[in-house]
Structures are given as C-alpha cells and as structure tokens.
Write a protein that binds this ligand. Structure first.
Ligand code: HEM
Length: 475
C-alpha cells in the first residue's frame, strides 16, 4: 500500500534518490503508495527517454492539489494534449522566439538599472532588490503593468497566490496526488490541509480574476502597453468564451509562478557563490573590464565576448540546481529501455540534482568552478553544459528558458561590473564564510545569508550616480 514511501525523507528527497542511484544504478524503480515511478539519475537516461522519446514521455501525472484543489490551471500541470499544445504555443510566442525576446530588452535594461541603484542605496536588502527586479520585469512583460515597489497591488496579489501554491505542497509529491480521495477530508477537522487549500484557492482566483479584469478593462478603454496577455486576448477578436477566458487567466500563473521564484532562487545562488568565491568573481570582473570597459554597463551584445561570465552562470545552474527534481513526467504507453519494462502510467522523476553531482563530468562537484566549461568542445559533448538539464527535458522543457537565462545573465554581469560581493562581517568586524546551506523546496535557494555589496571603483560610483532608473522613486 505505502510502497517506498516510508524510505523517503520529507526534505532533500533528491539526495536520497542520488544515494540509491549509486547502489542500484542510474534508473531506480520505486512505488509511491500504489503508483509506479522511475527515478532517472543520469543525464543519459533522461535524454534517451524524455528528449528522444518525448512523444510518449511528456504527460504529467494527475496533480490533484495544484490543478484541482487550488485550481491553478497552469501549463505546468496540464496533461499532454490539445489544451497543452495551445498553451505551449502561447508561451512560445510570449517568451520563446528571438524577435519577441528582443522586444523585452528595454524593460530588462531599465529593471537592471533599478536593481543596481537599489543595491547601491540599501545593499543589505539585496534579496528584496533581486525579487523586485524579477517581479517587476515579469509583471510588465505579462500585463504591461510597470512596478515601482514590492508593495504594488498586483505584486502583492501574485505573491500571495504563488506563495500559497508553493507552500501548500510540491506538485507530484503530496499525498493527495497519490490518494485523490483525501481531497474530501472535511475542512473543519483540526489540522485539515483542505482548509488551507481552500484559502489558497481563493487567493489564486483573486489574482487570476483581478489581473484579467484589469487588462480587459484597459483594452476596452484603448489604453495600456503591449504585453503577453494582450497579444493572446487579441487572438479572440469578439472576446473569449468563459472557458477560453479561464485558460487565458492561467497565463498569470504560468509566467509569474513559474518564472519569478525560479529566477530569484538562481540569482540568490549566484550571490552566495560569489560571496564564497572571491577569486572567481575577480576573474569575471577582469573579463568584464577588458571587454566592456569601466565606463558603461554590459549589454546583451557583449555576451558572446564574455566566456568566463557565461561559464560562471552555467556553474550557478549546476552548483545548486533550482528545480532539483523538476516536475514529474508520466509515460503514456508501455515502453522498454535497456533491460527495463516501463509500464504506461508510470511516473518519471528526473533527478537533476544527481546529474549535477555526476563526478564523471564534474570532478569535485561541491566546488564552484566555472573553468570546467572553458575549452570544452560543446559540439562533441554538450551534455557538459548544465543549462541542458537545469530547465527540464523534451516537450515539457521550460518555455521561459531563454527569457530567464537572459534576465539572470544581465543581472549577474551588471552586478559584478559595478560591485564587489564580499563576505559578511561578524560582531568583532572580522569576515566570515557563510555556509553553503540550501532550502529544500520546489525552487531550491540558499538559506538566508549575509554579504556586503560594495561599489568596486570610482568609475562604478560615477555610473551609479548617473543611472536613469526610469522612476523617481525606485524602491
Ligand atoms: C532560472 C529560471 C527558471 C528555471 C530554473 C526554470 C526551470 C523549469 C523547469 C525545471 C521546468 C520543468 C521542466 C520539465 O518538466 O521537464 C519548467 C517548466 C516551466 N517553466 Fe520554467 N524555469 C525558469 C524560468 C521560467 C520563466 C521566466 C518562465 C516564464 C516566462 C517559465 C515558465 C515555465 C512554464 C510555463 C513551465 C511549464 C512547462 C510545461 O509543463 O510544459 N520558467 N521550468
């Protein structure tokens, strides 16, 4: 009845799966309650099944909590089918093609200037500034809604809904996903999770409805900026039916929910990695000085000339993969791989954590070492680059990857161009090393830590003094 559940820890499950992989091989069969599941602990197995056989490995298991109880209606949880294809196309049009991505550059440059300004004003609040950078960018891109502070009404609605979703339980890993009847546990029972689910569902609905109504009213009044929502709505000339409107509202969760927490966790990992690895930071800064100079900020056209900065970002993706177990896939037909029979309906759990620790590709995997990717022949073995697994696989791979990667890259290149990120000081004024400690969650990020963010030079101060942040009162 319970299958392997009693052997699974509630946190850092990916590490237990990795351990099992060392004993039993890179494909481990388990049963969660009565659901058969395979854990893929190697990049090769994940690529062979999820990429090369993506026609049958792109379904999701039934995500009862996320999709039915919380009614998030997000692409992440949709079964493979027509509705999924329509929503993937919206996401591709919104974030997956080059001309659209270029159209976001001005927003990204303005938001990064705000980030730099905020870092210079209140460096100890770096975590909030990173959050505002991403929340502002994603909300503007989705709704055409410029954001000045985290106190913005739409940000608060989005945050409340997404926080509720993330803390209610990890999709595909909560008991009700395996025993759906538990959704009927009465709300009045003490400690009942259905009570919390009801509250979160209301918050999700409020966020979806209020954002949708704001856009449709603006469109009716002929005002507002171009944005993802607007371009999808325009496809429904006479206005969408209520069912179509319900799908469109899912976009609010697709972009903000899937994009902000993950990108923020990645930037937070970058800050911790830099705090702990001053020599790496210095090498990146030398490269930035040589290629970009000290008189201006880096921009996207510099990217190809900055191999060390690019390698540093790859190492961020690997050192603490943001989604260590991705979101489970589901196979729709009986299949055979190597000597294993994989039954239709089997859950497939890609263990990106194990891939990121594969000593065959990454000797001393706990070390933060961008040099691993320099001089590597990517044509011959592109599996070495962690962006090949950190964003998932096959037809379910992250549709926001290019947008996320560009936004994160711009933030890290610009921050290192102007600031030194230094170890924090203890009470006696001595530097100390913050531990490499992470939180176990869908979007894994460092446990709270301190660092000092200090302008690097007089020319950095001069740039900061003249930044055009677009608003008079950046946060
Ligand atoms: C560093 C930031 C990000 C990381 C690490 C990340 C990672 C992921 C991963 C691992 C998946 C699951 C892939 C799979 O099941 O194989 C995913 C799915 C998804 N991501 Fe991202 N993501 C990031 C940013 C974004 C952004 C900015 C957006 C939106 C613009 C976005 C939208 C989505 C959506 C809608 C899905 C669901 C796709 C589906 O199920 O078909 N993500 N992401």
């Amino acid at each position: 009845m319970l299958g392997n559940v009693l052997h699974l820890p509630l946190t850092f499950t990916e590490k237990k799966f990795h351990e099992w992989g060392k004993t039993f091989g890179d494909i481990v069969y388990i049963e969660i309650f009565r659901t058969p599941a395979i854990v893929l602990n190697s990049f090769e197995a994940a690529r062979d099944l999820l990429d090369k056989r993506s026609a049958i490995y792109s379904d999701r298991p039934r995500l009862v909590l996320l999709m039915e109880m919380l009614r998030a209606r997000t692409l992440v949880g949709l079964p493979y089918g027509d509705e999924f294809r329509k929503r993937r196309k919206w996401m591709f049009d919104a974030a997956g093609n080059k001309p659209t991505l270029r159209g976001y550059h001005d927003i990204q440059y303005r938001e990064v200037r705000k980030l730099l300004h905020n870092l210079s004003q209140r460096p100890d609040q770096f975590s909030e500034h990173l959050h505002l950078y991403l929340a502002g960018m994603m909300l503007e891109i989705t709704f055409g809604h410029p954001v000045k502070t985290l106190d913005d009404q739409l940000v608060r609605l989005a945050e409340r809904a997404i926080y509720g979703i993330n803390t209610a339980g990890r999709a595909g890993a909560v008991i009700v996903d395996f025993i759906p009847i538990l959704r009927h546990i009465p709300c009045w029972l003490p400690g009942s999770f259905t009570r919390n689910a009801k509250v979160v569902r209301r918050h999700v609905e409020e966020y979806r409805d209020i954002s949708y109504n704001a856009i449709t009213s603006a469109m009716a009044a002929g005002v507002g900026e171009p944005c993802i929502y607007r371009s999808v709505l325009e496809q429904y000339g006479g206005g969408p039916t209520p069912a179509e409107a319900d799908d469109i509202k899912g976009l609010a969760v697709d972009v903000y929910g899937a994009g902000v927490e993950t990108s923020r966790a990645t930037l937070s990992t970058f800050m911790l990695a830099m705090t702990r690895n001053r020599e790496v930071q210095k090498k990146a800064q030398e490269e930035l000085d040589r290629v970009v100079g000290r008189e201006r900020l880096p921009n996207f056209s510099d990217r190809d000339s900055l191999p060390y900065v690019n390698a540093l970002l790859e190492e961020v993706y690997r050192w603490n993969p943001t989604a260590p177990l991705l979101v489970p896939h589901r196979v729709t037909m009986d299949d055979r791989y190597r000597e294993y029979d994989i039954p239709a309906g089997c859950m497939v759990i890609p263990n990106v954590w194990a891939m990121s620790r594969d000593a065959k590709y990454y000797p001393e995997p706990e070390e933060f070492r961008p040099e691993r990717y320099l001089g590597v022949d990517t044509e011959a073995g592109d599996y070495l680059l962690p962006n090949n697994f950190a964003f998932g696989f096959g037809r379910r791979a992250c549709p926001g990857q290019a947008l996320a990667d560009a936004s994160v890259w711009l933030a890290i290149a610009s921050t290192m161009a102007l600031f030194d990120i230094l170890k924090p000081l203890d009470e006696s004024g001595k530097e100390y090393m913050p531990p490499a400690k992470f939180i176990s969650a869908f979007a894994s990020e460092p446990a709270p830590f301190g660092c000092r963010v200090v302008p690097r030079s007089n020319s950095a101060v001069a740039i900061l003094d003249h930044l055009d942040v677009g608003f008079n009162n950046a946060a």
